[in-house]
Design a protein around this ligand. Structure first.
Ligand SMILES: [Ca+2]
Ligand SMILES: [Ca+2]
Length: 266
């Protein structure tokens, strides 16, 4: 191509891509907190963040999960924790404890399946933006496929008027084993090609309570630790087995959330 024309075409492309960016809504603008998330209101876990802000941000960014057509273990009772990452950049980290009751994988099966997602989000000029997501995928096991993803590597359901680019992401849950991934391709490569994902059933992480009263606080200041359900007790923050309120004699248990919470400073 003639260099002059090529430059003109490239400039046009640049203008078009800039205008496309400007037109696209980004971030979540309906969360009723911004700077006042820090240093105001009730702060039960003594981390400098308003408890209600912790809840509102965790709820707003709660991911949508695509489950695989062969999924046989949907049961879960999710919790969350939030902590300040940087006041100067108004950045928070949200830790979602999926608390699947069991891993129903044929060879991998175990009671309690402590997969999790960690989102890093920041507030700027009226909106909250997703920056990074760490998605657990058999973390600390032989086929650990956990990874950090930037917001550009994640998918967003823009058909929902309460969402936007860099709002809550749509994630993919590996069949029966519940490792989470940013897209179908990454999932199918996961755990030495043994993870499978498809767009079969979409569910919010918490389908029952919208994460209400599910803030565990932190390991230093626990707000929720011991949880009794179906006659069985789990200690979510302690360094003990997590059995998913489903302690079957024929299946091993999993190690709890504590080691993961420790690693990320929660
Ligand atoms: Ca707090
Ligand atoms: Ca907190």
């Amino acid at each position: 191509m003639n260099p002059g024309i090529r430059t003109a075409v490239m400039s046009l492309g640049l203008v078009l891509s800039l205008s496309a960016t400007a037109a696209r809504a980004e971030g979540l603008s309906f969360i009723p907190y911004g700077d006042n998330c820090w240093g105001t209101g009730t702060d039960a876990d003594q981390d400098g963040l308003s408890d209600d802000c912790e809840y509102q941000v965790a709820l707003a960014f709660m991911p949508m999960l695509w489950f695989d057509s062969g999924e046989s273990g949907y049961g879960r009772r999710p919790y969350f924790a939030v902590k300040s990452h940087s006041f100067s950049t108004r950045t928070l980290r949200i830790f979602y404890l999926d608390t699947f009751f069991e891993d129903t994988g044929v060879t991998t099966g175990h009671d309690g399946d402590p997969e999790f997602q960690l989102f890093e989000v920041h507030y700027s000029a009226g909106s909250w933006y997703l920056d990074w997501a760490y998605l657990s995928a058999h973390r600390k096991s032989a086929c650990d496929s956990s990874a950090w993803y930037s917001y550009e590597q994640l998918e967003y359901d823009l058909s929902d008027s309460r969402n936007a680019y860099r709002g809550w992401p749509t994630l993919y849950v590996a069949e029966d084993k519940h490792a989470t991934y940013n897209n179908l391709t990454t999932c199918d490569r996961g755990c030495f090609l043994q993870d499978y994902c498809s767009r079969y059933a979409a569910q919010y992480l918490d389908t029952s309570s919208r994460l209400s009263s599910r803030n565990v606080g932190s390991t230093a200041v626990p707000l929720i630790n011991q949880v009794l359900l179906n006659g069985k007790t789990e200690r979510l923050l302690d360094d003990v087995d997590f059995k998913g309120w489903d302690d079957q004699w024929y299946r091993p248990n999993s190690q709890g959330y504590r080691r993961h919470l420790n690693d990320f400073g929660f």
